[in-house]
Design a protein around this ligand. Structure first.
Ligand code: SF4
Length: 378
């Protein structure tokens, strides 16, 4: 495989490395040629009329859980620390995103972002950007109880916690770790730290935790958390995902409807992955008090790609235009080779212009990407 600096590249299986940068004989770097058919626009537009204003940054591919639908029990070959974006590189790319592209939301993901010792500094640095983006974090909450206050003080606005069950045995069966108490402790610490509502992301699996869906929603409503059920996606490292065994949005609604009435929420979706539903007690009827909202992220069965506003950076500084992309554009190599902001911004624009129309999971010939979710971060 040859890596051409900044050019889209096809990934050989299991890779994630960064190539060396070609430099012109004059020592200057060749300007980036954007596709001629791309209109002159500063934002991250694509060929399908979408514009990305929601940036997801993976801070590491390491995780301290081994969820069965994501990673093998023995883990994966993780990136060496020098391959990861540094605090300054993350801040620079975030600055380019908010000042050049009009990105308004930045979400930090992983692997598990709490495994970054400099997470507080990263958030503080990005929170100091002008215009200030809204900053959120997706985490498994292990270790959050001791860091929630510092993260909030540094400028974190919102947290999404991944939690598939409130039963210790089921939690341990799914994550291969007996850490439920730590997760629940982390969730409690979020509120104490004064952060807005915690959103809970849960994946249902048949015969594992799908029978607990109603109970999980009851727990979330009682705690004032917004629960979102996510359809299991073909992004597992083992490539064992099976469409016939995943629980679809229809299946999730059916399970919840055993006790609750769900009615579509009327707030605009604005490209958000989750479709929101108002929740009421079925026994009390449709005019009863709304208990809260529940979300369903139906990437597989009810895709929402037509209004996708997301752009992603991997932990090693490559642009992924789509979660299911087979092509990445390396930014960290150029940055470490002296590229200026104009070059970096245009490489990013070029990558997003080529964004596919969608994940094509429901089309013949769909191929699961080599990079697993644990190294993308959602
Ligand atoms: S699959 Fe790709 S295009 Fe579709 S919503 Fe996800 S990131 Fe966007």
């Amino acid at each position: 495989m040859s890596v051409v600096l900044g050019m889209p590249r096809r990934l050989p299986s299991g890779s994630g490395g960064i190539g060396d940068a070609p430099v012109a004989a004059s020592g200057t770097r060749p300007p980036v040629a954007l596709p001629t058919e791309r209109p002159a626009a500063s934002g991250l537009i694509d060929r399908f009329g979408r514009e990305a204003t929601d940036l997801r940054i993976s801070l590491t591919d390491r995780c301290n859980l081994r969820c069965t639908y994501c990673m093998p029990a023995e883990g994966l070959p993780f990136l060496p620390p020098p391959a990861l974006m540094s605090l300054d590189e993350i801040t620079r790319l975030a600055r380019i995103a908010v000042t050049e592209f009009g990105v308004r939301q930045i979400r930090f993901t992983g692997g598990e972002p709490l495994l970054r010792n400099d997470l507080v500094e990263i958030i503080r640095s990005v929170a100091s950007l002008e215009p200030r983006p809204e900053i959120s974090l997706t985490t498994n909450a292990i270790g959050l109880s001791s860091r929630a206050e510092a993260l909030a003080e540094a400028g974190l606005d919102r947290i999404n916690v991944s939690l598939d069950s409130i039963h210790p045995e089921t939690f341990a069966k799914i994550t291969r770790r007996p850490f439920l108490d730590r997760v629940l402790g982390g969730i409690d610490a979020v509120r104490a730290a004064g952060l807005r509502e915690t959103k809970i992301n849960a994946v249902l699996m048949p015969g594992v935790n799908d029978h607990q869906a109603v109970e999980l929603l009851e727990w979330a409503l009682a705690g004032g958390h917004q629960l979102r059920f996510i359809e299991q996606m073909p992004l597992d490292a083992d490539h064992t995902w099976d469409r016939d065994s995943m629980i679809t949005a229809a299946g999730i609604r059916e399970r919840l409807s055993a006790r609750y009435l769900l009615s579509p929420d009327d707030a605009p979706r604005d490209g958000a992955p989750a479709e929101l539903f108002q929740v009421r007690e079925r026994a009390e009827g449709p005019d009863s008090r709304m208990l809260g909202l529940v979300g369903i992220i139906a990437s597989v069965s009810e895709p929402f790609c037509a209004d996708c506003r997301r752009t992603r950076l991997t932990a090693e500084g490559a642009v992924r235009s789509c979660l299911f992309s087979h092509v990445e554009t390396d930014l960290l190599g150029p940055i470490r080779a002296g590229a200026d902001d104009v070059e970096v911004a245009d490489l990013w624009r070029g990558a997003m212009w080529a964004k596919p129309s969608g994940h094509r999971m429901n089309e013949t010939g769909f191929a699961q990407p080599d990079r697993p979710m644990s190294a993308i971060g959602g």
